[in-house]
Design a protein around this ligand. Structure first.
Ligand SMILES: Nc1nc2c(c(=O)[nH]1)N[C@H]1C(S)=C(S)[C@@H](COP(=O)(O)O)O[C@H]1N2
Ligand SMILES: [Mo]
Length: 328
């Protein structure tokens, strides 16, 4: 696969004429998409409403499907939205679904900063506007050795980043999660150095597999999955998939990341799924797949973990010549 780096991308391509007409068509869809997205995510349920089933988020007008599929059985909606890591809402797997009802994901703005020609504060609509929503079925692998198969809805991050015209000094992209103690009870505990932060090298961020997700299973993201927008980087451990993003910074130097700061010997900057590099406290050779007819299965569905989570063909070239044991 050809990996295009930013210097190869002419500025004219940012609103290329060839896709202009198609975008005009899609804008009709987006006029529906964005309000639906916003309407579904922000409604605060009663604080502490731990048992009432949350309303299903609205359906999104997905313009493209079927380009990224997998033979693997998909994880159920129930498991994907009730077995979560989102420490701002608590560290147990069911905490995010239980304690994110008060979180308001609208209105939403994202600050774009750093080494780029276009910076400032943008509404969610501004960020998403020119792009068609795609569905992509990706394998997700948590560093805790479980995995899921999820049909995400989003747009390629690279297409979004290009519009800000990163300069030649931009080598990395840093992301920050919103920090709202009144709506995020987990922030009261110093489990991580809040706010949650993640980062990618610019070429990783621009890679066609890297998705800025706004939904899953054809619906807007529930709060526990990172409403209203989060990162999905399928060849890296799940923690790279930072949720509820409020800041994107084009950086010259490798940015600090939340997990690397809290436990540098356990979580490196690169965080590529690598069955040959064990976590200091457990093996990474296999994973428990949470998917299929058995649904959630604590003991079963153990499968071998693949290098780069099965995406080696597409991404291994990004790391040519690097020692991936040292750069874990
Ligand atoms: N802000 C924030 N983002 C986060 C996390 C978190 O605790 N806070 N957890 C990460 C981890 S460890 C994983 S495995 C994925 C889980 O995403 P999911 O709950 O949608 O499956 O989110 C990642 N993004
Ligand atoms: Mo994770």
């Amino acid at each position: 696969m050809l990996i295009r780096r930013p210097p190869d991308i002419p500025p004219s391509e940012i609103t290329s004429e060839s896709v202009y007409q198609r975008r005009r068509e899609l804008l009709k869809g987006l006029a529906v998409a964005v309000p639906a997205l916003l309407a579904g995510c922000g409604r605060g349920q009663d604080a502490g409403a731990t048992t009432a089933p949350a309303a299903m988020p609205p359906e999104l007008p997905v313009a493209r499907r079927g380009e990224y599929t997998l033979p693997d059985a998909q994880t159920s909606w129930q498991d994907a939205t009730h077995y979560n890591n989102y420490y701002e809402f608590g560290t147990d797997k069911d905490d995010p679904a239980k304690h994110s009802g008060r979180f308001e994901s609208q209105p939403w703005t994202v600050e774009v900063a750093g080494q780029a020609e276009v910076t400032g504060r943008f509404t969610l609509e501004d960020i998403l506007k020119p792009h068609a929503l795609e569905e992509r079925v990706y394998r997700m692998r948590c560093v805790e050795a479980w995995s899921m198969v999820i049909p995400w809805v989003g747009i390629p991050l690279g297409a979004v980043l290009k519009r800000f015209k990163p300069t030649s000094d931009a080598k990395y992209v840093a992301f920050t999660t919103v920090e709202r103690p009144a709506q995020m009870p987990g922030l009261s505990y110093p489990v991580l150095d809040w706010p949650y932060r993640e980062g990618l090298r610019l070429d990783e961020a621009m890679h066609p597999l890297t998705l800025l997700a706004v939904g899953l299973y054809g619906r807007a993201l529930p709060n526990q999955n990172g409403a209203p927008l989060r990162l999905v980087v399928p060849w890296k451990y799940g923690f790279k998939g930072i949720k509820s993003i409020v800041r994107i910074e084009f950086a010259t130097h490798q940015p600090k990341t939340a997990w690397n700061q809290s436990a540098p010997n356990e979580y490196g900057f690169y965080s590529n799924v690598n069955p040959d590099v064990n976590h200091p406290r457990w093996s990474q050779a296999t994973e428990r797949r949470i998917a299929g007819s058995g649904g959630f299965n604590l003991l079963g569905n153990r499968i071998a973990t693949l290098p780069f989570n099965g995406y080696a063909e597409q991404v291994a070239a990004l790391y040519a010549g690097m020692d991936l044991r040292r750069n874990f």
